[in-house]
Design a protein around this ligand. Structure first.
Ligand SMILES: C[S@@+](CC[C@H](N)C(=O)[O-])C[C@H]1O[C@@H](n2cnc3c(N)ncnc32)[C@H](O)[C@@H]1O
Length: 312
């Protein structure tokens, strides 16, 4: 309890600090704090640089998309939601991942984007804002939480077991009076199709209906079987040059298994490094990407048998 209050107070004072002072405070903190070494700081910076080199013409280009993210409809609605909710369960994805999804969409203008794991809708909002700005493309999102019966212990237990990252913070449900993705303003709904249900059931149907997708984002059930199931299926439907992003790859070795055994021809790397401090999440982590080659692939591994995933 006390630790939580101290963390909140620290976050509040940091929020009130003028923006130009923040980088210096962060750097000083990481130098002084035993868990937040320069190595982690460097990793974050190097990841950003590598992402720029691979996907953007210059740092200025990514900077300009970041500025759009920070100043437009996203910031406005995050603030509105934060004011309304005002608690720690609000941010269930890391800002840097969302900024990169936003920038990637702005630059590469995908036609069809699919995500699993909506919750309050931070990543959903980021991607829809980018599609809206492009005036092109549709986002399809799958989420299960509106169907979860909070009075059914077995259902909740099964659900939390499959979602270790969030269950640890008891943040498995959106508030009773809200639906997943509630922070997305009405004006961005035109490019959004929401599917309520488990991805094990809904993703195969959705992908068959769509045929091919240009970008896929996993942020639902972070179990190894659940992640591999989604990665394999999404990969099959990704268009040449299409991008698969996964949040929380550090929870298990699903992503590593995927890029070494199932899709060894994928170009892959870190999307963003999540920070330990100045962020409510208390452990480090990574979001990663795997990009499908443009050339036609005849590799047998792509048709390797999928691991069976039950829906219980
Ligand atoms: C980590 S949160 C998503 C956070 C979201 N991307 C954001 O930006 O805030 C995970 C979400 O995945 C959903 N989920 C968990 N397991 C699922 C499954 N098997 N199928 C569909 N949704 C699932 C949960 O309902 C929860 O809302």
């Amino acid at each position: 309890m006390l630790v939580r209050q101290v963390k909140r107070a620290r976050q509040k004072s940091f929020d009130l600090t003028p923006n130009w002072v923040k980088p210096a405070i962060q750097k000083a903190f990481y130098v002084l704090h035993p868990d937040a070494s320069w190595e982690t700081y460097k990793d974050k910076e190097l990841t950003r640089q590598a992402f720029i080199e691979r996907f953007f013409d210059s740092e200025a280009e990514l900077d300009s998309y970041e500025a759009e993210f920070m100043n437009g409809v996203i910031a406005e609605n995050l603030k509105r939601a934060y004011d309304e909710l005002g608690d720690e369960t609000f941010y269930d994805i890391h800002k840097d991942d969302c900024v990169r999804y936003y920038a990637y969409i702005r630059k590469y203008k995908p036609e069809t984007v699919v995500e699993t794991g909506v919750f309050h809708g931070v990543s959903t909002l980021a991607m829809l804002a980018a599609l809206d700005k492009n005036d092109h493309g549709t986002l399809y999102s799958i989420d299960y939480s509106s169907l979860l019966d909070p009075t059914d212990d077995a259902d909740v237990e099964r659900y939390e077991r499959r979602r270790p990252s969030c269950a640890q913070r008891n943040s498995h449900l959106v508030p009773e009076d809200k639906e997943p993705g509630w922070i997305v303003p009405e004006k961005l709904h035109g490019r959004w199709e929401y599917v309520a249900g488990r991805s094990q059931r809904e993703l195969p149907k959705l992908l068959s209906k769509l045929g091919s997708v240009d970008m896929f984002v996993h942020d639902s059930e972070h179990s190894k079987t659940g992640m591999l199931f989604e990665f394999d299926l999404a990969w099959e439907h990704l268009s040449p040059g299409g991008m698969l992003f996964s949040h929380h790859v550090a929870w298990n070795d699903a992503f590593e298994t995927f890029v070494t055994e199932r899709a060894p021809n994928a170009e892959h790397g870190k999307t963003a490094v999540h920070y330990v401090h100045f962020d409510k999440h208390s452990q480090p982590g990574w979001g990663k990407y795997a990009r499908k080659p443009f050339t036609h692939v005849t590799n047998d591994t792509l048709s390797a048998p999928r691991q069976a995933v039950s829906d219980d």
